[in-house]
Write a protein that binds this ligand. Structure first.
Ligand SMILES: *Cc1c(COP(=O)(O)O)cnc(C)c1O
Length: 394
């Protein structure tokens, strides 16, 4: 028997990807000025980032990072549980817990690590993990890592989730959902899911990567938006790399849940702590986010302007009122061609293809920020009018 060759297999897979217009390519940003990015010597207006409030290059944030690095250096030198946990980490955790009205928060290196760690820490082999079919990849990866039985319910279908839960009354259960769906922009039915979780003695985990900073009073996120503020049986993921404009993530919830995550999450225990200076900068970012109603208002105006314009042009919008505004094109080649045509016009709108989204639902993912001007939105609409196929009959 001859051993199959890894290299041969990779070559075949690369060939197949190229045939399917599914090859992913890196673009290098050479310079940046707010939402304007220079790529290959050319300035593009970006509608690709998740910097919804435009905080990622805020001067106050940059100063906080510089000052803190001057005081504490760059590296944290160790994991949190050895000697890497510094005062700025602790302050950041306290500030985020207080902001969300929850007892405790735990800081991870990134949202991906936090989801892997939290689900692996809380779930065991005989447990049930229910997930929305459109959840972010790292929630699925976390459930797989835990070894729990993973069941995916049709998008936003609480009745289906209830049936799946009801079929296994003997298993401890956790329901995990994106708060705002990252590729569709809609909000999960959190009120109903919280009721279901309560009725079934399950834990609800809301990954609020795209809700926090944007939705709810003081930007507290999708749980607050859905009337679940301060709900005690809730676990939430707050990522710092999107609306909050920095890097890292926190899992937020009760003392018991958070302590279990601290004790058991492998992606917490076995990794170097975030640089303390970055935690200090993130603390400044959290305050700017909490106090950022004016930014949220500007973002809301940009969303309204875009949706109104896109409806007038009969563009294939999905029903989203969040900064994530996908235009559904269907096949990979169409999404790629539209993205390239827009880039020719100085607009950066990424084509999102499977496996990030379900097969046959390739799309342009427009993502809006408070940092866009009304003229930027209008330029985008003009570009889309020329580069995107309209609804049939228009
Ligand atoms: C971006 C994202 C993550 C991962 O967060 P990072 O901090 O970027 O690792 C997790 N969940 C969702 C829904 C996301 O969109």
């Amino acid at each position: 028997m001859t051993r199959p060759s890894l290299l041969d297999r990779l070559a075949l897979q690369a060939q197949q990807r190229a045939q399917d217009d599914a090859t992913r390519r890196l673009l290098t940003v050479e310079q940046r000025n707010g939402v304007r990015l220079q790529v290959d010597g050319r300035w593009l207006v970006s509608f690709a980032g998740n910097d919804y409030l435009g905080l990622s290059d805020h001067p106050g944030l940059v100063r906080a990072l510089q000052r803190a690095a001057g005081e504490s250096g760059v590296g944290s030198a160790s994991s949190h549980l050895v000697c890497g946990h510094h005062r700025p980490h602790a302050q950041l955790e306290e500030a985020v817990a207080e902001w969300l009205g929850q007892p405790r928060a735990l800081l991870f290196g990134s949202g991906y690590l936090a989801n892997l760690g939290a689900l692996q820490a809380l779930l065991e082999r005989d447990d049930l993990c229910l997930q929305d079919r459109l959840n972010h990849a790292c929630l699925l990866d976390g459930a797989r890592l835990s070894g729990a039985q993973l069941k995916r319910y049709p998008h936003a279908d609480v009745d289906a989730a209830a049936r799946q839960l009801g079929a296994s009354p003997e298993r401890a259960a956790l329901i995990a959902t994106d708060g705002v769906f990252s590729m569709d922009g809609d909000i999960a039915p959190l009120t109903e899911l919280a009721q279901l979780a309560e009725r079934e003695s399950a834990t609800l985990y809301i990954d609020d990567a795209h809700g926090v900073g944007v939705l709810g009073a003081q930007g507290r996120g999708s749980a607050d938006h859905c009337g679940l503020a301060g709900h005690q049986a809730l676990l939430q993921l707050v990522t710092l790399g999107k609306a909050i404009g920095s890097y890292g993530a926190l899992v937020v919830g009760s003392e018991a849940l958070i302590d279990a995550v601290l004790q058991r999450a492998r992606s917490y225990v076995f990794t170097t702590a975030l640089p303390p200076a970055l935690a200090a900068a993130a603390l400044t970012a959290v305050r700017l986010t909490r106090d950022g109603d004016a930014l949220r208002e500007r973002l809301g105006q940009n969303i309204d302007r875009f949706v109104a314009g896109a409806q007038q042009l009969s563009l294939p919008l999905l029903p989203s009122r969040s900064p994530i505004q996908p235009l559904l094109l269907g096949n990979n080649a169409a999404a790629l061609a539209a993205s390239l045509a827009l880039r020719e016009r100085g607009l950066w709108v990424p084509a999102i293809r499977p496996p990030t989204v379900p097969a046959g639902s390739a799309r342009l993912r427009v993502s809006l920020s408070a940092a866009h001007s009304p003229d930027d939105i209008d330029a985008l609409l003009d570009g889309l009018a020329d580069c995107v196929p309209r609804h049939q009959g228009d």
